[in-house]
Design a protein around this ligand. Sequence first.
Ligand SMILES: *[C@@H]1O[C@H](CO)[C@@H](O)[C@H](O)[C@H]1NC(C)=O
Ligand SMILES: *[C@@H]1O[C@H](CO)[C@@H](O)[C@H](O)[C@H]1NC(C)=O
Ligand SMILES: *[C@@H]1O[C@H](CO)[C@@H](O)[C@H](O)[C@H]1NC(C)=O
Ligand SMILES: *[C@@H]1O[C@H](CO)[C@@H](O)[C@H](O)[C@H]1NC(C)=O
Ligand SMILES: *[C@@H]1O[C@H](CO)[C@@H](O)[C@H](O)[C@H]1NC(C)=O
Ligand SMILES: CC(=O)N[C@H]1CO[C@H](CO)[C@@H](O)[C@@H]1O
Length: 710
Amino acid sequence: MVCLNWKKVHTWVLLLFVAFSALPFIRGITDPRDVYAISELYASLGFPHLLGWVPVGGDPCGPPSWQGVECVISNITAIKLNGADLAGELPVDFGLFASIILVNLSNNQIGGSIPSNLPITLRSFFLSDNQFTGPIPENLSSLSQLTDLSLNDNNLTGSIPDAFEQLTSLINMDLSGNNLRGELPSSMGNLSSLTTLHLQNNQLTGLLDVLQDLPLIDLNIENNLFSGPIPDKLLNIPTFRRTGNPFNTTVLPSPPTSPPPLSPSDAPSPRSAHLLGPSSSPFPESRTNNKSNKTNNVTWIAIGGLVVIIILALGLCLFMSRCCKKKSLNEKTANTQNNFYQVEKASKGVHQSVEGSMRKTALLKQRSDHNIDMTRLDTNTESSPLPFPLLPAERVVSDPTFIIPLAQRGNASKVDSVKFYTIASLQQYTNSFSQENFVGKGMLGTVYKAQLPDGKVLAVKKLDKATSGHLSDREFFELVSSISKLKHSNIVELVGYCLEHGQRLLVYSYCSNGTLNEALHLDDQIQKKLSWNVRMRLALQAAKALEYLHEGCQPPIMHRNFKSSNVLLEDDLSVRVSDCGLAPLLSPGSMTQLQGSGYGAPELELGSYSYQSDVYSFGVVMLELLTGRKSHDRFRPRGEQYLVRWAFSRLHDIDALSRMVDPSLNGAYPSKSLSRVADIISLCIQPEPEFRPPMSEIVQKLESMIHRDR
Ligand SMILES: *[C@@H]1O[C@H](CO)[C@@H](O)[C@H](O)[C@H]1NC(C)=O
Ligand SMILES: *[C@@H]1O[C@H](CO)[C@@H](O)[C@H](O)[C@H]1NC(C)=O
Ligand SMILES: *[C@@H]1O[C@H](CO)[C@@H](O)[C@H](O)[C@H]1NC(C)=O
Ligand SMILES: *[C@@H]1O[C@H](CO)[C@@H](O)[C@H](O)[C@H]1NC(C)=O
Ligand SMILES: *[C@@H]1O[C@H](CO)[C@@H](O)[C@H](O)[C@H]1NC(C)=O
Ligand SMILES: CC(=O)N[C@H]1CO[C@H](CO)[C@@H](O)[C@@H]1O
């Protein structure tokens, strides 16, 4: 009753207050893909001070507006942060913006390389006057709607990529003031709308012929190393600056009809633009009409009204529940502390709570001891501001439970054996997830090589948003915890993880000899080392890994994605199976993928997967070892594309069998063990799952065979 009276007096004040405090919990109107992309950008830039920007979540298209961000309804269409004193780098997945049209980050101090993953909707892309290094990405070729490109005054190196074939809308391009070398690529001849081209102050060489049929009005090639002769047509360009090149312009009036002196026959690299597929963005292509801000504002009024209603409703709920639970609140202090994010946000204004969460981001990054006092952390208003710069030395937080306070603090499930890594440290170790550190892309994410300051090398698996997105932080944490318990000499060891800014990464020990798939099908050097005996040893070790998962773990674990590219090889060619325990991340579609790649057992067709399905996949890997063929090879004749289909009947015919053996073994194998191997494989790849033997039996068979061969 006291509650209600009090409410009558203060209802409106309070409702508004609570409503505003609750704002961060309402799912904003902004396209979640854009929210994710802009959070990535913000983290990668090192959380600079920008009005309205928040590190996690937030609603870039909703009020309060974010500095420099423009939207059309729920889509981010422009980011204009030129001259905003920005440092840091651009994120690797910069391409995730779904509908962005203009990016202007000119006049800043942004470094690193230009990401190769770019938003394919871009029309205007300005990065001039920064500190970008490295090459111009070839994936420029996918930006078919580009009209303006300015990359001038950076420290870009390498040659201009042959990536312009599709860029027929490009009108202005400025690449001046870099360290670009090499000749102009032939696809520049396809820039059929180009009117302004600035290439001055580089070290470009070769001829200018490729430019002669472009509709240029303004061409500047000063201070390069171009050779003559200059094509006649270029001399008609209204503004053509060309001083500071070695060609002797005065000889030009007599352009030769014969082929120019410098052989143009050294054709451009064969990697022409059309070979590059569509953008790597996991989301469907999207296009947006850039409507003016006015349209935007009108819509805002409508949306604003709706939002206010929702806020009020939510506020009322929050208020009621808080008010009536007031008494029991004191008894539940511990719980309240667990949920300190909510408590704080509900009791302070929006502005303060944003500041608070930023402050926490900063604090969470700092090395902490186990008994950190949450209450003090929460109320300490004079704590340090933002974590500038984002890429300092290693910051490993020893207690992962501290990082995810929402995941029931005090729960016994602590991951003591693995480290928590910050995004920033992993970014540093992987050279910002650069192409040079790229190891491979699997069904679940992308793997990068990480070099730690102490010389240690690790493998970082950056999980795709699509694969781990359905797990809550808590579920992800439990997953990490369960993987960390897998200890076997033939299973890749998990050493840490990262859970920050919506990013989930797993950090593993690194296997220097790549995958069995590469060893068999790609890497001649390692393939030479794969003698019969080595192959049998690899099979045995891989079998032991699966045996451990199926029969040694409690509860047992299905691999669900066993294939030669998940069989990693150490220095000494011993096996470590990867992706163990990651089955919860696999989408339903992964079964189809496994089948498409030739590893999937027939029962997958019926949607069923069992331990015996792993056994089948193991049989396929043994077949790969035996034949040296790929599990699925679309370049083979029809009947031979799927390895199992081709091999199945041949396994029982001794002549056919000996013809099946990998020719690169040059017949160097004991014929007795060949038929034993064929028997084991036949058992594994039987169509009926119930007839396939358990892994322990396969381990025994392999062991006794290897033993007899000695
Ligand atoms: C982009 O930024 C540059 C540098 O501040 C500025 O000169 C230019 O007008 C901007 N262009 C657009 C389209 O915003
Ligand atoms: C560009 O690279 C050169 C040579 O590596 C270096 O001297 C210069 O400082 C760099 N400039 C910027 C802006 O990073
Ligand atoms: C690009 O130019 C070459 C040479 O002129 C031409 O053969 C090719 O068809 C053009 N490609 C496109 C996509 O226009
Ligand atoms: C370039 O784009 C293609 C498809 O558009 C994508 O598959 C590839 O991963 C991209 N390259 C890089 C280095 O991001
Ligand atoms: C926003 O982008 C999506 C695709 O990303 C598109 O389907 C939709 O039409 C866009 N909305 C507006 C208002 O432009
Ligand atoms: C700039 C330059 O080197 N100009 C020379 C071009 O060639 C003519 C005749 O060969 C010379 O007289 C110029 O000095």
